[in-house]
Design a protein around this ligand. Sequence first.
Ligand SMILES: O=C(O)CCC(=O)C(=O)O
Length: 276
Amino acid sequence: MITAEQRQQYQQDGYFIVRNLVEPSALAEIKAAILDFIDNPGDLEQVLDPELAVRQGKGEHLSHRAKFRKLQRLGRYRPTVWNNYYAHPNVLSVIRSLLGDDLLVKYDSVFLKPAKTGGATPWHQDIGLWRDNHVEAANAWIAIDPASKENGCMQFLPGSHHDGFIDHVLYDDSLHGELPRDLVANLEGRVNIELQPGDGVFWHSYMWHYSPPNSSDQGRIGMGAVWASLEQAQTSQRVKEYFWVMKDRQRLIHPPKKLIVDDGKHVPPPPFPPGY
Ligand SMILES: O=C(O)CCC(=O)C(=O)O
C-alpha cells in the first residue's frame, strides 16, 4: 500500500519514493543474477535475445563488467530476479495501489552505469518513447547499488507530468528518442533521485526524467519496470506480450505466464522526427 503522502506527491509532483522496498537478501540474489549474466554472457545469450543486451560502444577497451548499458528482459528468464522484484509482494502492494488487482509486466530491464564509463540517458517521458495510451501505467526503478548524484542517479522535473505528452525527437547523436533539447537546456527545479539499495521510485508516464554520465568510481546498477493493468494490456496499442504477476488477487511467481494481446491491429509507431 502507498501512504496518503505518497499518493499526494504522485499527483502533485508526478513521482514518489518507497524506501526499503526490497530487502537485502532479495537484492543480493538479484545482483548475483545480474553479475552472473555479465560475467558469463556467452552461455546466457542463447536464452536472452542478444539484441536485448544493449552494449555500450564497441567495448574492446572496457573491462567486461563495463560492457553493458541495459539488459532488457533478464528478469523474465531469471526466477530470482522476477520473484524478488517484478513479482515481489512489497512491490505488488505498491502497484496494486496504482493499478488495481490484475497486474502484468509490460517491460523489464537492468540499467547499468559502470564507474567512469557509464553514459547519460537523455531527457524523456516514458510515454514519449512508448507512444501508446498507457498514461497511468506504473513506471518504476529500484536501486541495486546506491544511486547518487555522483554516480549518475536519475533526475526528475517535479510537476512536469502536468504538461502532458510532448513529441520526442532524434538527433544525430541521440541514444534514443528524447525531449527536444531546447526544452531541457538549463532546466530549473530538477531533483536528484538519490536511492539506497532496495529503495524504489515510481513515476507518471509524462514525467520528464534524465540521468547524467557516471564520472565517479562507483558503478550504479538499477532495475526499471513498467506494469500495466489487465484493461491497459487488453487495449494496448503497442506491446503485444505481457506477463502476469497478479491475477484474482493471487501473486503469480516465475515462470511468468504470457498474455498475448495481438489483434492484428498493432502498428509500430512512426520513426521519431529529427531534432534540430
Ligand atoms: O537508469 C537510468 O539512468 C535511466 C532509467 C530511465 O530513464 C527509465 O527507466 O525510464
